[in-house]
Design a protein around this ligand. Structure first.
Ligand code: LMR
Length: 335
């Protein structure tokens, strides 16, 4: 090898080495994913599964940091943090979208609108669900998917067998106006409160009762401070996965595609575990002996429906009459 060829050879080795080590040492893209529930809930497990898939599919070019249990932000602050880009990904309950200026999501709170997950998926996996997510774009937010949780139970320190049993009780609700109207239709006094504060509020008697799917009732230990749990399945609680639009659109296209694929798989996972998870947690609440589980007969449940279905018409202007009609048609809803 002549001297100049040898120098060129060594130089190219040095360049290749420098390039490879700089690629290897490149800082990963960090995605901060904040949520308010425990790890062992449908949302918590799905967030952790998304993290695993996202990191695998991008070969470590992306690192997802999941912050559960309101560690980073509470309900209202997390929406603001997302819009400001302080956090990149959230999965808030659909009952918490009004502060973003999109009240239509409160349609998911209408009592007794969905008779089960099958009805619900006609909306969340269909064109109406997509149309709703599109409304988020002007707010600087993209909706990537809907993740299931489940149907709510009502709890208190007195048995709630008929709607009149709720009269005068202070009931904690999420910030939705539909839930406010629902509790008022029962004669209860609704109190909006961040999720992270509910356990203590129940324990100290700041509120008398609440509603949530069993997964939240169990993992936040609310059942330890509520003597009775009525399996009313009177309404649904689920999520939309949101990302900061500017952040997401600024990602390299190949990375975004890999993340979208991770999200599609995590969504199937979330919707697969939600029902089982809630059934398991309701069984654990029953087994704890701390709360008595009240199961309603179909006739008893019909009495709750009669008391609450009027909320649909009362709140139609807030959600949009046409949108409600579209949902009724899509799922064949009958009052
Ligand atoms: C609640 O505030 O009760 C729920 O939205 C919490 C959650 O994210 O499931």
């Amino acid at each position: 090898m002549s001297k100049s060829i040898r120098i060129m050879f060594l130089l190219s080795i040095a360049v290749i080495f420098a390039f490879t080590s700089s690629v290897m040492a490149a800082d990963p893209i960090i995605i901060k994913f904040s949520h308010v529930v425990a790890d062992d809930t449908p949302k918590g497990e799905a967030a952790n599964y998304f993290k695993k898939l996202a990191e695998e599919k991008t070969n470590g070019a992306v690192k997802v940091e999941v912050y559960p249990n309101s560690q980073l932000y509470k309900d209202k602050e997390e929406m603001e943090a997302l819009q400001m880009g302080a956090v990149h990904m959230l999965a808030p309950s659909l009952a918490k979208f009004a502060p973003l200026g999109v009240k239509e999501f409160e349609l998911f709170d209408l009592p007794f609108i969905f008779s089960g997950y099958e009805d619900l998926h006609k909306i969340t996996l269909g064109p109406i669900g997509k149309k709703l997510l599109d409304k988020l774009q002007p707010k600087g937010v993209l909706g990537l998917a809907y993740w299931d949780n489940g149907f709510k139970v009502m709890s208190a320190n007195k048995p709630l067998k008929v709607p009149a049993d709720c009269k005068g009780l202070k009931m904690r609700i999420q910030s939705s106006k539909i839930l406010d109207a629902q509790m008022r239709a029962l004669g209860a006094i609704p109190q909006v409160m961040a999720f992270s504060e509910v356990y203590q509020a129940l324990q100290t008697g700041v509120v008398d009762g609440t509603e949530n799917p069993p997964s939240n009732l169990y993992t936040q230990k609310m059942f330890e401070v509520q003597k009775y749990v009525t399996v009313s399945d009177h309404g649904y609680l689920g999520y939309a996965v949101l990302v900061n639009k500017k952040f997401w659109e600024g990602l390299p296209a190949d990375i975004r595609t890999q993340l979208e694929s991770a999200m599609a798989e995590a969504t199937i996972f979330a919707n697969d575990i939600a029902k089982k998870n809630n059934e398991k947690d309701l069984a654990s609440v029953a087994a704890s002996g701390k709360s008595e589980i009240i199961k309603l007969t179909p006739e008893e449940r019909e009495v709750w429906k009669d008391a609450l279905v009027s909320v649909h018409d009362k709140m139609a202007d807030r959600i949009g009459k046409d949108l409600i009609q579209e949902v009724y048609q899509a799922i064949g809803f009958q009052k």
